[in-house]
Ligand binder design. Structure first.
Ligand SMILES: *[C@@H]1O[C@H](CO)[C@@H](O)[C@H](O)[C@H]1NC(C)=O
Ligand SMILES: *[C@@H]1O[C@H](CO)[C@@H](O)[C@H](O)[C@H]1NC(C)=O
Ligand SMILES: *[C@@H]1O[C@H](CO)[C@@H](O)[C@H](O)[C@H]1NC(C)=O
Length: 291
């Protein structure tokens, strides 16, 4: 790995920097990446293999969560979300001026715009294109997590809830606990087990292929990312913060209602990511063939 930090520093600092709540947990991010790869063209397989130097694509998608708390990548911390300052559950909606442009360091919408452009920039050094591909894959996942598009209660981090008797918070159950309960596979399977569970989840979502007839937005990254963030943010009002999350264990009807939403959004994230990577690799097709 050619990160601009020494390996010993990485080992020393990582355990101290486990984030309180990360994006879609690693299961969700791996699934988005695997699902996208199932929709890749041959050119996209070549491009991603070259830019990721053969690294497993689901592992590559986790990179931004591993570095966001390191000083060298502090600038990337704001890129994982957009804090819509709306009033759920009564009123949801994103205002780019209020929720992103005014925020220090941008947001997930501007980050998607930045990193899709960098991945497509054939003049940029391959190492940096690879790093941007990792960011791009990760943020396509994050923008499809409803609580990454919401300011209320710090995206639900400050809202206590209980799932299966475990006291946690609303953000965390959407990132991690509900996806794990739904698609986590065997408990204690380590990294290999998680990759296997993610592959199985992606295969199921690929099998459904509901949305494949949809024409994905692939022409204008800032407009597409804003459209997705707005679509995902609407779930905060219609479900995530609507009712049924207070004063009861979420393992009943709340969980049952969340699962199809999560399947839908993880599916969309994977398909949209594939559409973008296919568009980028298609433009670059000839150049890649001669490498
Ligand atoms: C968006 O937010 C800005 C800054 O707060 C405000 O001036 C503008 O009126 C808002 N736009 C809409 C459509 O609400
Ligand atoms: C785009 O990403 C690069 C590399 O991560 C970063 O240096 C740059 O500041 C970003 N630009 C914007 C406008 O966010
Ligand atoms: C839900 O969790 C509670 C503990 O909070 C437990 O008693 C109950 O059996 C669980 N129900 C299901 C369907 O898992």
């Amino acid at each position: 790995m050619h990160f601009p930090i020494s390996p010993s520093l990485t080992l020393l600092t990582l355990p101290l920097l486990i984030p309180q709540a990360t994006a879609w947990g690693s299961l969700g991010h791996r699934t988005v990446a695997y699902l996208a790869s199932m929709h890749f063209t041959a050119q996209s397989n070549i491009l991603t293999n070259v830019l990721l130097n053969g690294q497993d694509i689901s592992e590559a998608a986790l990179f931004p969560d591993k570095v966001r708390h390191m000083p060298a990548f502090a600038y990337s911390a704001h890129w994982h979300f957009i804090d819509a300052r709306d009033s759920p559950p009564a009123q949801c909606g994103i205002n780019m001026t209020r929720d992103c442009l005014a925020a220090d360091g941008g947001c997930v919408v501007s980050a998607i715009a930045n990193h899709t452009a960098r991945v497509a920039d054939v003049k940029l050094e391959r190492f940096f294109r690879g790093q941007s591909l990792r960011f791009m894959m990760h943020f396509f996942g994050d923008v499809h997590q409803p609580l990454h598009t919401e300011a209320e209660g710090r995206g639900g981090n400050d809202i206590p809830v209980v799932l299966d008797g475990v006291h946690t918070n609303l953000h965390s159950v959407w990132d991690t606990a509900i996806p794990k309960k739904h698609a986590g596979g065997a408990v204690g399977g380590g990294v290999e087990g998680e990759m296997e569970a993610a592959w199985a989840w992606a295969t199921r979502l690929y099998g459904v292929r509901d949305g494949m007839q949809e024409k994905e937005c692939v022409s204008d990254a800032p407009a597409c990312a804003l459209e997705w963030a707005s679509e995902v943010n609407s779930y905060v009002c219609s479900y995530v913060m609507a009712d049924g999350y207070k004063d009861q264990d979420l393992n009943g009807t709340y969980y049952d209602g969340a699962v199809p939403i999560i399947d839908d959004l993880v599916g969309k994230a994977g398909r949209r990511l594939a559409a973008w990577i296919n568009a980028i690799s298609g433009q670059e097709g000839l150049a890649l063939q001669t490498q």
